[in-house]
Design a protein around this ligand. Sequence first.
Ligand code: URA
Length: 432
Amino acid sequence: MIRPAELIERKRNGEELQAGEIGELVLGYTRGAIPDYQLAAFCMAVYFRGMTAAETFALTEAMIRSGRTLDLGSALGRKVVDKHSTGGVGDKTTIAVGPIVAACGVPVGKMSGRGLGHTGGTLDKLESIPGFRVDLSAEAFVAQVRDVGLAIVGQSDDLVPADKQLYGLRDVTATVDILPLIASSIMSKKIAGGADAIVLDVKVGDGAFMKTLDEARALAETMLALGEEAGREVVCLLTDMDQPLGAAVGNALEIAEARETVRGDGPTDFTELVLDACARLLSLSDLGVDVPEGRRRAEGVVADGSALALYERWIRAQGGDPDPGALPRAPVVRELRSPSSGYVARLGAIAVGHAALHLGAGRRAKGDEIDPAVGVVCRAKRGARVAGGDLLAEIHARDEEQARTAAAEVLSAYELAEAPPDERPLLLDVVA
Ligand code: URA
């Protein structure tokens, strides 16, 4: 039997732990035999000391062993592809990618998470759709992927339960942005969920867990190695998160924007990322197409309306109303106008994320209620030329006072300059 306090001490002192020790720690925690405070201390020790490749693999394996695994591929008789984002401000990519890829004939079955840190999770966003259910049984999940082509559900209690517990604990103990913990959290879910090939969107910048390209590359390489050890194909896109993705930040606002993008009317940067991710997923699927052909097919289903039709079928299949008019609306919408003229040199993602969080769009503590209607819509992004009085952003709030406070926060996210800023591409690198 391990003594958790001793493992915490050894990790704190920089020792490498044995695979069996890590396994017992994780499985003991999942059984309730090891309390939250010891796992929190362990995570903090990992923050300062890191984990070796062997420790990270042992952690991932233990997380997978903490519950059951799914074999979606056998159930469908198809190669299964999946995508995951490390999370960022305004990141609603999955909600647009799912219907487009499914409309191209590749089934998508995804398990998603809730908000972590300053970001809102895919499930929170989907639950802003009236009636939408994320708690399908494993059987209903597989049946829906087979019949509709797409299902996005909550991580079921029996699939990687260790991650579910740890995810919530890390969120409130400042232990989210730790490379081996992020890598094992993501990869354990992808592997246990049965994906044969995985596209990972690793966010880089102010609004992401990984602030620099080097850190993001290190995370991508760790996840690639974990995938390879488990016999899965992995491609990592490293993408910019220095400013919010698209315009909308906030649950129902992001659903509306994802739907517009599936219909072909989304913001340029977000549309570009969505189509890129779709192209990669299609190239890894059993369709036997390369990335450029994947891109053509993704553009095709957006243009001919079949992606939107699939979106609507999917939302209805999970009990939701796909009409954007049914989404909840905030009682107060305040316009934020530019105090002067110039080019938007910077739009800090984290400040916008915090404004949305303070409006009620995210969680400050485990179990907090989310307000689905509130958030921020950034109408001017980096590179835009604005005159004094032009619209910068809209604040969707519960009341005037919250709107005023959020407007001040969002204004502080904007930096105007006389000259246009250097171009920063959205896709920074690909690690494969
Ligand atoms: N996304 C996850 O699924 N896990 C993490 O730890 C961070 C982001």
